[in-house]
Design a protein around this ligand. Structure first.
Ligand code: EPZ
Length: 431
């Protein structure tokens, strides 16, 4: 792969589907890509500087391409060479990105703070993204107001105006990853110190802080629940090596287990998955865990009680593949999704495939296993549920067709070939 421009369109992805023939064992190695949810934030942070930033190990996925489109829309120059994404922000000259682009990506909300810090003003449409709950933006807006911004709200968009932002004490009513990251990066160019209390602690947050600190920021406490940011005059930019995607790594571990296969997951950081790996072991998984790899072994699984939680708890992004895994475990599992109210509705698709799942309420399901799954025609409701349906398809008897694969390709690079390399019977077809 050489130098190429960011893909502008989603091709004819709406016409494409995955076709999976289940019931085959997998084998071999699968390499984990760079973390989508770290890359998107470094891309947003590039606005704070006028210098070129090069992000290595960047996955070639739809969400990154959508974010790149927005940055280009406001004047940045972006190119990709293999897995290095280079952003030249020196031409950024507007603080009102095209609403049509904003709607397509919830993480576009990450751009509001840096634009406000840079221009003293930002106008943005309400962001879009995965439909996995209400996903409001009130905490972002409250944080910016705390730093001295004035908010003008309209039905379709909002405007924030400030002179120079002022450091502030910001207490988050509950933990949010993107709110923490957004306020952290915005506060870098504010006057004085900002303290974020009840901050999220996901590994992508210290990763972002490290990038910013390497280029002039003064952030301490990232990765804990209190983060302090001393405002500085200027942020520079440079190279950054993305951390591996912990959600990919965890999903691939569950893939090995559900297909009863020995696979090696490489280029990962299992220390970012302590609780998830513990829960897998509690459910009977036999895993070999190294510093940067996980090997799945043939395991006799049984049901467990799972509760998603902010990091370092069990990630909500791995709840769906874990639930699918529990359909093949012996006994009952209670799955309690505590973060999002809409993130268990995909389980009706597993029921169509033959799973025994009872929804107690929008946050809890009981899975009784093991049950044989049968191939079906399904639509991917969101990114992570989409990956869960792939796992279900690979263990099901017969053929599964998954539609709406844009949702999956938002977050997983070249997933079909990577699974084919493991001997997975999956193809992309056009109908
Ligand atoms: C981040 O989403 C991730 N996205 C999500 O990954 C992940 O599921 C989530 O954190 C939880 O770990 C990115 O990093 C881009 P939140 P985020 O703000 O930050 C409420 C994936 O599949 N809230 O932490 O958008 C909200 O409703 C995704 O890769 C407010 O009330 O999630 C939710 O209940 C999807 N007001 C809770 O906070 C606000 O202003 C957590 O949401 C903002 C959020």
């Amino acid at each position: 792969m050489g130098l190429f421009k960011i893909r502008k369109t989603c091709h004819n992805i709406s016409m494409q589907k995955y076709q999976i023939t289940g019931g085959h064992k997998l084998s071999g190695e699968i390499k984990v890509a760079g973390a989508k949810n770290a890359a998107l934030k470094i891309m947003a942070a590039s606005i704070l500087s006028k210098e070129i930033c090069a992000i290595h190990n960047t996955p070639d996925i739809e969400d990154i391409n959508r974010m790149a489109e927005i940055l280009e829309n406001i004047g940045a120059k972006i190119k990709r060479e293999n897995s290095t994404l280079t952003i030249d922000p020196s031409g950024i000259n507007k603080s009102n990105p095209d609403p049509n682009l904003i709607h397509r990506l919830r993480s576009s909300m990450m751009l509001a703070g840096p634009l406000l810090a840079k221009f003293g003003e930002v106008t943005m449409a309400h962001p879009g993204g995965c439909i996995i709950g209400q996903r409001p933006i009130d905490m972002f807006l409250a944080g910016f107001k705390n730093m001295g911004a004035h908010l003008y709200e309209h039905e379709e968009f909002f405007t924030l105006k400030a002179g120079k932002l002022k450091g502030a004490k910001i207490v988050l009513p509950w933990v949010s990853v993107t709110v923490t990251e957004s306020l952290m990066m915005t506060a870098c160019l504010a006057e004085g110190a900002t303290r974020i209390i009840n901050a999220a602690m996901e590994p992508e947050i210290p990763a972002l802080a490290q990038y910013l600190n390497n280029h002039g920021a003064k952030i301490s406490g990232a990765g804990t629940s209190v983060i302090t940011i001393e405002g500085v005059e200027k942020i520079s930019a440079g190279e950054y090596q993305l951390i591996p995607d912990r959600i990919e790594a965890g999903s691939f571990a569950m893939l090995g287990l559900i297909t009863d296969s020995e696979i090696k997951i490489t280029n990962c950081q299992p220390e970012h998955l302590e609780t998830e790996l513990l829960m897998l072991k509690k459910a009977g998984a036999d895993l070999e865990i190294g510093v940067d790899y996980i090997i799945t072994k043939k395991s006799k699984l049984h049901g467990v009680e799972l509760r998603t939680h902010e990091y370092p708890g069990f990630s909500t992004d791995l709840q769906a593949p874990f639930t699918v895994l529990m359909t093949q475990a012996n006994g009952q599992s209670l799955i309690h999704e505590t973060i999002y109210e809409g993130r268990l509705f995909y389980t009706d698709k597993l029921v169509q495939m033959g799973a025994n799942i009872i929804m107690c309420d929008p946050h809890r399901v009981i899975v009784s296993g093991p049950t044989k799954l049968m191939g079906k025609k399904l639509e991917s409701p969101d990114l992570r549920a989409g990956m869960a349906l792939i796992l279900a398809g690979l263990v099901a008897e017969g053929r599964t067709t998954i539609e709406n694969i844009y949702q999956i390709e938002r977050g997983y690079e070249d997933i079909v070939s990577r699974l084919q390399n493991l001997n997975g019977k999956i193809n992309k077809i056009e109908e």
